[in-house]
Design a protein around this ligand. Structure first.
Ligand SMILES: [Zn+2]
Length: 160
């Protein structure tokens, strides 16, 4: 059984990336060379570029996605799964649900998400990123995830 129904906002990799970028822009992007927060957005490269030093930053850099090769959409799906149940999923189950071949990257992702969701005052909060559906704010409710009230079973399965 696949419990996943992924709302209309996140239908593909691009929509996940765009959403992630929006959240990142709200947090502010800081150049790791000069500390400037003024950046151009290089749309075709999915990079930020510092206005002073031309240093480029990927969309993932400085976030918990930075060393992961998993797609944004995979991360979003994992977040969705992890915030959609009281008990949470094991890394194994998330791997199975997402149909991923390798366990290690999934384990690393889940570990980072758990940590991030537990850090209320982390520099980079997942709060915005996790607002996939009204009511999901695991970064504020990390220790007592009581949402969702809706049944977990997907009413309308969507193709991944
Ligand atoms: Zn700079």
């Amino acid at each position: 059984m696949y419990i996943f129904s992924f709302g209309v906002h996140f239908t593909d990799e691009k929509s996940c990336r765009l959403h992630f970028k929006e959240q990142r822009d709200k947090e502010g992007v800081v150049c790791n060379r000069c500390g400037s927060t003024d950046h151009y957005w290089l749309k075709n490269k999915w990079n930020y570029q510092c206005k002073s030093y031309k240093v480029r930053l990927s969309l993932r850099s400085g976030t918990i996605l930075k060393s992961s090769k998993l797609s944004f959409m995979t991360w979003y799906k994992a977040i969705f799964l992890m915030s959609a149940t009281k008990k949470g999923f094991s890394s194994k189950e998330i791997q199975r649900q997402l149909g991923l071949k390798r366990y290690e990257p999934v384990w690393a992702m889940v570990h980072k998400l758990r940590t991030a969701m537990g850090q209320r005052d982390g520099r980079y909060t997942l709060e915005g990123m996790i607002e996939m559906d009204e009511g999901y704010l695991p970064s504020r409710q990390a220790n007592t995830i009581t949402k969702p009230k809706k049944p977990v079973e997907a009413a309308k399965p969507r193709p991944m």
